[in-house]
Design a protein around this ligand. Structure first.
Ligand code: FMN
Length: 338
């Protein structure tokens, strides 16, 4: 067997490195250059598969007597929003369409603002970020774990200056799939120590969010480092065989009880029904990424607003079926695990 060959754990057969299922070979439903918008393999190592299976096996009972139309208003970092649904950080979108008149990043910002929901912005240069938020409502800026710590601090501090309501880091974007620190758009990323995290938290007066927490261990470390919030997430399946965020959420919620930490959750939450399950399991707020991507890229701002409305309606419907009157009174005991 050459160095390039590996052994399949299930069958014992050897196969070449180039035959290992890589997402480059998976047809993409998204526009733009290959790899710009992630595509998942749909195989066992694809954490999105497990997200979907886990979500689809959570069923709800009905509690209709005394149920009323719910109030979706949600407070996040002391500010009021129309809904607990927020628009996740999805970067590179201004580079994926052939139509030069379209700017999906700005369209997303405006859709969020019009619908009174919080918007997240991820990897963008400081110049692009400044351009995108010109017309923005409330924004959380997520900075990559760059190897260059000065770049991190610059991006955090510019976001604060431009009026972000919170900043943070996607701590789950350290490893690349070659087993080394990842490199994105030619920019090297690096490790994050506890001391680094403390340093980033202290570099800003804004609440700091650790995005990409998938264990009680990281949740507690993020809290101890001074973060005010976490996103329970595996960043659309960066980690092979990643456990569904909803599966680890209750233990994380328990570990952070009485800390005042805000718990955001994402991961294949494509409908208001999916979002309901995450909220019932203890999420304070939801991030929707790929759930709005088709509408945003194909049809722009208005279609994105219509999708947010549909997601809110689905969430409201489920809350009404289960006697949940507002976003502070979700109850996991309505859930049944198949
Ligand atoms: C095209 C694309 C770009 C993304 N870019 C970022 C980013 O720059 N920073 C970040 O923290 N997360 C980024 N994400 C991850 C999302 O914020 C979110 O965690 C992930 O997609 C899971 O949510 P979903 O299942 O609702 O899509 C990106 C996701 C997509 C699809």
């Amino acid at each position: 067997m050459t160095k390039e060959n590996k052994v399949d754990a299930a069958t014992g057969a050897s196969f070449k490195k180039e035959n290992i299922v890589k997402t480059e070979n998976t047809p993409s439903p998204w526009p733009g250059p290959k790899g710009m918008i992630p595509v998942t393999s749909g195989r066992a190592d694809d954490a999105n598969v497990h997200n979907r299976a886990y979500l689809d096996n959570i069923l709800v009972e009905m509690r209709l007597i005394d149920s009323v139309e719910p109030d979706l208003t949600t407070e996040i970092f002391g500010r009021k929003y129309a809904s607990p649904l927020t628009l996740a950080a999805v970067s590179h979108l201004n580079k994926v369409l052939d139509d030069p008149s379209r700017q999906p990043m700005q369209e997303k910002v405006r859709a969020a603002k019009n619908m009174h929901v919080l918007n997240w912005i991820g990897m963008e240069s400081n110049e692009d970020y400044e351009e995108i938020v010109k017309d923005a409502g409330d924004t959380i800026r997520i900075v990559k774990p760059f190897a260059d710590h000065k770049k991190i601090i610059d991006e955090l501090q510019l976001a604060e200056k431009l009026g972000a309501v919170a900043v943070g880091m996607d701590i789950d974007h350290v490893p690349g799939d070659n087993g080394k620190y990842d490199v994105v758009d030619g920019i090297p990323l690096g490790p994050i120590s506890f001391n680094d995290l403390e340093k980033y938290v202290k570099a800003t007066n804004l609440p700091f969010v650790a995005k990409g927490v998938l264990s009680v261990q990281d949740a507690v470390k993020a809290y101890q480092a001074g973060a005010k919030a976490i996103v329970v997430s595996h960043h659309h399946g960066r980690v092979p065989f990643g456990v569904p965020p909803l599966k680890v959420l209750p233990a994380i919620k328990d570990a952070l009880s009485d800390t005042g930490m805000t718990i955001f959750v994402d991961g294949s939450l494509m409908t208001g029904y999916d979002a309901y399950k995450a909220l019932a399991l203890g999420a304070d707020v939801i991030l929707i990424g790929r759930g709005i991507l088709s509408e945003l890229l194909n049809d722009g701002q208005k279609a994105t607003e219509a999708k947010i409305e549909l997601l809110n309606e689905q969430l409201s419907q489920m809350m009404m079926y289960t006697c949940v009157k507002n976003t502070k009174s979700f109850d996991p005991s309505v859930l049944h695990f198949n």
